[in-house]
Design a protein around this ligand. Structure first.
Ligand code: NAD
Length: 361
């Protein structure tokens, strides 16, 4: 066993089916008496229904959460927090709603209860990405980490299949980069391998039958593990590329992760043989980059950045922006190779195959 450092994030998780009925006891544990409920406009009805379990503890529902946590939306929600004298927030939804709850907690240190309905994994991290003037800035702070997460698989049954697939692969991306992170450690690697296995095993079943509760449950469990990975160790090339492209072209978050991940894996594979061995084992494939690409494509995901809305002629400038600030990656960041990587992703081509040389096998 090599030397390692492991530091765990605090947080309480309630996992199962029908678990939202436990909201009142979780609110009591936090001594929360005046709760502001948060959601996107699309999930306002669902959030109101769920909040019904909290009765008179609910002081309002703010349903204007948006992707990438724009600071103007947070400022608007902060007025609600003050007007209602809220003493806690309940976020019902995916990463966008969780992001708003985190932005409020960062400013107020109010406790958060999160009821996740996608596989984004944000609820398990002390990380917040906020957008101001078209630029997304990421910060990490203990106040941002939600106090309680209630996973209720029943709420994921309505997640459309296409978003289930891309959101699941978004979760997998966190665990993949945790396997080759500079701070990688055996505990997080265990979670990463389990998370990848649970998500990639369940996505084809969900695709075939979105109402498959057992597959939904495995995917949600896997997504939690992957979120813990994201919140525990540093990320690398894949997340940097997605962050850059998302900011430059406002591309849909989960789809973007899905289109880029196979290429980032192919790029890093030669420099991370131990991680590739674990990833291959978790996915039960020989070549993880090709395996990820094939899985996503087979399940109907859009694999070209062009198809997601990236404009022609921007590959080089995106790479330059992604290289503008230094960050750690297992393989040295080589501009021509990154341009080739992004060019393949732009056109939706398969990742550069490593079939002929699989050093981790
Ligand atoms: P999302 O929260 O934007 O949800 C996408 C759409 O699906 C929304 O309209 C939402 O209302 C709807 N939806 C969600 N769950 C549903 C359900 N069960 N049934 C029906 N509709 C449902 O998407 P996302 O991919 O979960 O989150 C993306 C955001 O999360 C981005 O802003 C990203 O940066 C952030 N994120 C942050 C972290 C972190 O740790 N800070 C991690 C992952 C993602």
């Amino acid at each position: 066993m090599e030397d390692f450092v492991y530091s765990g994030n605090p947080g309480r998780v309630v996992f199962g089916s029908g678990t939202v009925v436990r909201l009142p006891e979780e609110a009591d544990r936090l001594k929360a008496k005046r709760i502001l409920v948060l959601s996107t406009p699309e999930q306002a009805g669902q959030a109101t229904n769920i909040a019904g379990h909290l009765g008179s503890r609910v002081v309002g529902t703010y349903s204007k959460a948006q992707m990438h946590t724009p600071v103007e939306v947070t400022a608007d929600a902060m007025r609600w927090i003050e007007d209602c004298s809220a003493d806690a927030v309940l976020s019902v939804g995916g990463g966008s709603t969780t992001g708003l709850g985190k932005a409020i907690a960062f400013r107020t240190d109010l406790p958060q209860i999160v009821v996740p309905t996608t596989y984004a994994g944000s609820e398990a991290t002390p990380i917040l990405g906020e957008t101001e003037g078209g630029r997304k800035v990421t910060k990490s702070d203990p106040r941002i980490l939600p106090e309680v997460v209630i996973y209720d698989v029943d709420l994921t049954l309505t997640l459309p299949v296409a978003l289930s697939v891309t959101s699941g692969i978004n979760a997998v991306a966190h665990a993949v980069e945790a396997l080759y992170a500079r701070e990688a450690n055996p505990i997080i690697s265990l979670m990463a391998e389990q998370g990848i296995s649970a998500v990639t095993r369940s996505l084809p079943l969900i695709h075939a039958d979105p109402g498959n509760r057992s597959a939904r449950s495995d995917a949600l469990y896997g997504a939690w593990l992957c979120g813990v990975c994201l919140g525990s160790v540093g990320m690398a090339l894949h997340h940097k590329l997605c962050h850059t492209l998302g900011g430059m072209f406002n591309l849909p978050h989960a789809s973007l992760h899905t289109a880029v991940l196979p290429h980032a894996v192919a790029y890093n594979a030669p420099a991370a043989p131990a991680a590739m061995k674990r990833l291959s084992r978790a996915m039960a494939v020989d070549d993880p980059a090709t395996g990820l690409f094939d899985l996503a494509k087979r399940l109907g995901a859009t694999m070209s950045l062009k198809g997601l809305g990236m404009l022609d002629g921007n590959v080089e400038s995106a790479v330059e922006q992604a290289l503008a600030s230094a960050y750690w990656n297992p393989r040295e960041l080589e501009k021509p190779a990154l341009i080739a990587l992004l060019d393949r992703a732009f056109h939706g081509e398969a990742p550069l195959g490593a079939r002929s040389e699989l050093p981790w096998r």
